[in-house]
Design a protein around this ligand. Structure first.
Ligand code: GDD
Ligand code: MN
Length: 376
């Protein structure tokens, strides 16, 4: 390898290939994965970077322990953060290797494919990225039930909105790319949720040249899948970010959707208390308001701000600040709406303006005071 920077010589060259592995509670899988990688990658100069989101089961400690015995094993630990896609991005940015692979820790991806992916990229300079596909001849989704297979197909169809290339498996979490390919997309990545591959394609300024290699999606041996219904929400947000993110932040869209649901909760509680139980209006309205705020706070915490979700005491403090913020928001809402109404505007536009001011204030202020990173 030629030395690029002046005065730098090939003393102890870094890896040619870095395998980025996001982990969350994968204690029983990392050792076996490293063993399998050493077995199948042979003389290639490789490393593996485990990007761990502070797993409770000690995954980070175990990977560091392996790294003390094997210099090819590294660990990047993130605190107070969650997210498969952002973990992959940060892992890729934390290595010097010119070739980057992304794969899961749970042994569901076929590691023996890595050598062919690498060879393909070496041999064919026009190819930007090699993708492991479950949907071409020779590949398979393994033992997925019909509903999960159906959801995956639907998600793949939805990705056509933002992924220009005719990829058979844009949902794949197993692929290898050149650093120069990453460089094309890296500043445009949304890094929301699980679907980093679709993101890379959708964020590239030109259609990426890709090749697909088939693999069989194996069964998970240890630990649990982290894929849940919130992953679907995150995916919706990713697609939306690609479509309208340059105009409006999708976190705000999520916040506003949750706000809309909160209004429904408010009216439901109000109707039950006031109409059915015949409580006093003021009391009914107060209880409905508090419940709707609590509902909004909880839902925002698991959806809108899932990557920086508050737990334990932080949850309680977050709830308090959220109620305070929304209280002020309601005050501003009513103030603006009545001012506009008095200035001879119709009641509907006045109300909408008030609500807009309230929502924007709630969003901006709770992003800072409730889920603000500065307090961590
Ligand atoms: N750092 C980090 N943070 N890692 C995470 C997180 C997170 O919040 N959530 C999941 N992971 C890690 C898991 O530890 C595992 O190594 C990998 O990401 C995949 O998670 P699974 O929970 O096993 O997902 P899956 O098997 O249902 O789906 C995977 O494979 C599909 C097919 O390739 C994902 O990669 C999907 O995106 C992919 O479509
Ligand atoms: Mn898995």
């Amino acid at each position: 390898m030629a030395a690029i920077a002046a005065g730098v010589r090939d003393i102890n060259p870094g890896p040619e290939l870095s395998i980025i592995v996001p982990t969350y509670n994968e204690r029983d899988n990392v050792g076996e994965l490293v063993r399998r990688l050493s077995e199948c990658l042979g003389v290639l100069r490789w490393e593996v970077v485990f990007v761990d989101d502070d797993s409770k089961d000690g995954t980070a400690d175990i990977s560091r322990e392996i790294g003390r015995a094997d210099v090819r094993v590294r660990c990047l630990q993130r605190i107070g953060r969650r997210g498969l896609a952002s973990a992959c991005v940060e892992g890729m940015l934390a290595t010097t290797a010119p070739m980057l692979a992304v794969m899961d820790a749970d042994l569901q991806h076929d590691e023996t494919l890595l050598a062919s992916m690498f060879a393909l990229l070496k041999d064919e300079p026009e190819v930007d990225i090699v993708v492991g596909s479950r949907y071409i001849a020779g590949g398979s989704i393994g033992d997925w039930d019909r509903s999960r297979a159906g959801i995956s197909r639907f998600a793949t169809r939805l990705s056509r909105l933002v992924v220009p290339a005719d990829l058979t498996d844009p949902m794949s979490g197993f692929f290898m790319l050149r650093r120069s390919t990453l460089d094309l997309s890296v500043r445009g990545l949304s890094a929301i949720g699980f679907k980093i591959l679709a993101d890379i394609f959708a964020s590239a300024p030109r259609t990426l040249v890709f090749k697909e290699l088939p693999y069989r999606f194996a069964q998970r041996q240890h630990g649990e899948s982290k894929l849940d219904s919130v992953v679907a929400w995150d995916y919706g947000m990713l697609v939306m970010d690609k479509l309208i993110g340059h105009v409006i932040p999708v976190r705000f869209v999520g916040f506003a959707i949750v706000g809309g649901m909160g209004v429904a909760v408010h009216f439901f509680v109000l109707a039950v208390l006031f109409n059915v139980l015949h409580a006093e209006f003021v009391l009914s309205q107060a209880v409905a308001t508090l419940l709707a705020m609590t509902f909004n706070f909880s839902l925002n915490n698991v959806l809108t701000y899932r990557d920086i979700r508050l737990r334990g005491w932080r949850w309680l403090r977050g709830w308090l600040t959220f109620v305070a913020v929304c209280g002020l928001g309601a005050f501003a809402n009513v103030g603006v709406a009545s001012y506009l109404y008095k200035a001879n505007n119709g009641w509907i536009p006045s109300a909408i303006a008030g609500i807009m001011i309230g929502v924007v204030w709630n969003y901006v202020a709770s992003t800072t005071f409730t889920w603000g990173r500065s307090k961590r």
